[in-house]
Design a protein around this ligand. Sequence first.
Ligand code: CA
Length: 235
Amino acid sequence: MRDSAHLLIVEDEPVTREFLAACLEKEGYVVTRVECGAEMWRCLDAAAVDLVLMDINLPDEDGFSLTRSLRQRSDIGIILVSARNEDLDRIVGLELGADDYVVKPFNDRELLLRVKNLLRRTRRQRQEEEVANSRYRFHGWTLDTERRRLTSPAGDVVPLTNGEYQLLSVFVRRPGRVFTRDQLLEAVSSRDWMPNDRTIDVLVNRLRRKINESSVPRMLVTVHGVGYQFLWESE
Ligand code: CA
């Protein structure tokens, strides 16, 4: 089935812009091309857009600043298209609220995979937000966020500490999203509990053991130099 989602490309460099657009149109997506932030806002005001692919160096406002403003007012999927292959840039982009990034030069298969995954994620999120009783299922596991209960594929309740529960609930709510350690730290800290940087790695390892990850994790994966990402296919 072809996906006719509406994608918005914000890119001032014509060759990259047309390459992106051609890849996406070939898959059946509806693509709008703009060259700067001002045009992006005009397009978003005028039409329903499912996902934005944004260059970082733009003629007016840069992609980081646009990401921050866009995230403040919308849950729309955002992929940053970066010419700089530096961890710092990726972390800055993710912390400002981008969902994912690709680094130029990228190949079309990688790009399409990221677009497809993000569309699936944002749609599922929307559906899940509508479901009042919040149950998240992954590889046979169920996390019930109302009862704060994790159930294994065999049907056993697996006890979680408060920190483990909070961390897992952050991951299941945003499957596929890359989180930096600082973001996770912020998400699991509370008035009674102030974890430090190392705690995140310790918690992740404890969670991995509880959800029976093997020595090569397939759900809770490390994103080298950045943080962690929770992956699962919809069931
Ligand atoms: Ca540019």
